[in-house]
Design a protein around this ligand. Sequence first.
Ligand SMILES: [Zn+2]
Length: 475
Amino acid sequence: MPKQNLTLFASFLVAFITSAVAADKTTAFSRPDLAAATTLRERALADGTAYQLVTSLTTEVGPRPAGSPGDKAAVAWALREMKLLGFANVRTVEAVVPHWVRGEAEFEVLAPWPQAMPTLALGGSIGTGSEGIDADAIMVKDLEALAALPAGAVKDKIVFFSNRMERTRDGSGYGKAVTVRATGPSAAAALGAVGVVIRSISTSDQRFPHTGGTRYTINSPRIPALAISNPDADALVRQFESGKQVRLRMKSSSRDLPQVRSASVVGEIPGTDLAQEIIILGAHLDSWDPGVGALDNAAGVGIMMGVARLIAGLDVKPRRTIRVVLFANEEFGTSGSLAYVAANEAEIDRHVLGFEADFGAGPVWRLSSRVNPAQLPAVDQIYRALAPLKLARGGNDARGGADLDALSKLGMPILEPNLDGTKYFDIHHTANDTLAQVDPDALRQSVAAYGVTVWLGAQYPGKWERVITPKPPRR
Ligand SMILES: [Zn+2]
């Protein structure tokens, strides 16, 4: 390159860089805010608060399905712990929740080769009555296969859904497989079936059946529904593949009691000059009952409370208000988050940015978002501040968790530090969801990733604009 061209090129480069910096100046994070992000990250990586909270919730409360005594104890636990951590404006937001009682369940192959298998009733399933149900069985892969059967094929039979969920890091395998659990019992009942058993919506090869909510439709009879573990489902498939008639027995004393009042629990780190704007940190407080809800979702509770506590401990105060909301009843209809939205109807637009933790104990491996495209440069800046944690950069297509679904449909932007879900569905909703599954190092790393992201979200010098593109269906 000739010398004068080189000089011209250099001056262009200087002009370009100068203008880029100038254009960015109004929305660039300040040096003190970036320095505080570094402090926050370093403290989080050495902080045991989240793990202590997970330990306390799983030990002192344990299982806490909606409507149960554990649910009530969890609300009292959250109020106490938030006050102990020094959160402001600690309060409850009332929610009406279902009160389904699991009871005992039994599952047996009667023919061709008899054996009993461990089972769990699907959440919300009706019971069988004390005599149980003995019936010939038919195996179908999924809902499409059920719909393709000739008329009368499942009449008076027990339907076994055999489809296996796929293991993925982002949890997308669950979304694809879970419709069988949610709608399979009603779909089979509409065709005359008397009971349903599903292969657990799980990636585990251990003998832990996996529960989770089912949803009866109003226009077909309600029939009992159970789940068996992957290895037992494999064994049952082999019985069907023998070509001999399979006969099954199911028995369950599950039952519905009247709905009860529970509550979401709220606590805040008040903001300063932008205190009217709320950064919401959501995690659900309830759990299913076979385990103690360590990964699902004491971990999310610990991450969010740990983040808020670390932010409160910084020398600089947040500009926007950090509001932790521990939602009631995510697992069986999200009535807690729906009640929260209804109770806060007048101030929905003050919820300027949302975070949710409901996908285990980490580590965080990627940063995704669902923000107005005008704020993508801010997400880039936050991503750069996370560089020491070596995360991948996700797209602007984050779907968020179930509890922020209503708020994000109303246009609230979401930042999503993605928790690694590769092994999550080995444990989720099983008796094996205990503290032993939580890796303290991964949990600390998750608090660090969430912490930096939440902090900078609260300090953003620009305006978090609403998201106006329609929201894709949640996984
Ligand atoms: Zn959950």
